[in-house]
Write a protein that binds this ligand. Structure first.
Ligand code: ADP
Length: 260
């Protein structure tokens, strides 16, 4: 059952009472589960033939190296890139349906978040450097408490957020990752001074396949599955995610995760 309520206000905005609606959502839940299972099954079925096509294209390109005209080589390479894109979209879809159905196999262990973030920042450093961007990690001097979580889930959450910050920020911009603690939570902020997001899209960006399309983002490739995955993983860890943004000023994602 799902309950929704709203206050009933009088002329002087005084509270007169409340209207509560209780809806039986059993059928919606069943449909949702069937949809998730269907997506998982289709994705699974598509992944292996696509991987074969990708491997075979790579072999053909390798074997015929030097014998192909420039345009033939270009066409085959494009086909290989597109198949790779499809394979990663399908991987994301599978991840998302596993997260939504609660069937991800999490292996929680105590994690030093600062160290994990340091590794991601090092790994993505080249990508930022290629765009002449500054990418930095800021942490307090005193050691932070550990959290208990699957390191792979944390890598996926922060890898996605930092990659987005780099992708949706102009050349020469800056991306800062800050970590600190509120006592009960570890707080990570991923802030950029990039393109920003219009307010009307802020609650949509966590929907699957949603992408903001404007002159600046048009040529950036993506699937619109990154943030739904991030949100699902954060919630599975009993954490929270929020976003603040201003067009042409930048965006900050804040993630709160309960300490161990
Ligand atoms: P993708 O990056 O594959 O498009 P995501 O789900 O990760 O998918 O993000 C959804 C959309 O949210 C992006 O297409 C982009 O429009 C917007 N977005 C995400 N992160 C940022 C950011 N740091 N700055 C500006 N826009 C962002």
């Amino acid at each position: 059952l799902m309950a929704r309520g709203r206050p009933v206000l009088g002329e002087r905005k005084q509270c007169l009472g409340a209207v509560v609606t209780i809806v039986d959502i059993t059928n919606m839940k069943v449909l949702d589960r069937l949809k998730s299972e269907f997506v998982a099954k289709v994705s699974h079925e598509l992944r292996s033939p696509l991987s074969t096509i990708h491997e075979q294209l790579a072999l053909v390109i390798n074997d015929l190296m030097g014998q192909l005209s420039e345009s033939e080589e270009h066409l085959l390479s494009r086909a290989k890139e597109k198949t790779q894109g499809l394979i990663s979209t399908i991987g994301d879809l599978l991840d998302l349906s596993r997260i939504e159905s609660g069937s991800t196999q999490q292996e929680p262990k105590p994690v030093q978040l600062e160290e994990l973030l340091g590794n991601i920042v090092d790994f993505l450093g080249t990508r930022a450097k290629n765009k002449n961007q500054k990418l930095a990690l800021e942490a307090p001097d005193e050691p932070l408490p550990t959290i208990k979580a699957d390191p792979l889930a944390l890598e996926s959450i922060f890898g996605n957020l930092i990659t987005n910050a780099i992708n949706y920020t102009q050349e020469g911009g800056a991306v800062t990752v800050q970590v600190d603690t509120t006592g009960i939570h570890l707080r990570v902020r991923v802030a950029d001074n990039g393109f920003g997001i219009e307010e009307r899209y802020l609650d949509k960006i966590f929907d699957r396949f949603f992408r903001v399309k404007n002159d600046k983002t048009r040529f950036i490739t993506g699937t619109g599955l990154g943030l739904p995955i991030v949100k699902g993983l954060v919630e599975a860890l009993k954490g929270r995610i929020s976003v603040e943004s201003e067009p042409d000023k930048g965006t900050t994602f804040t993630v709160l995760l309960p300490v161990d």
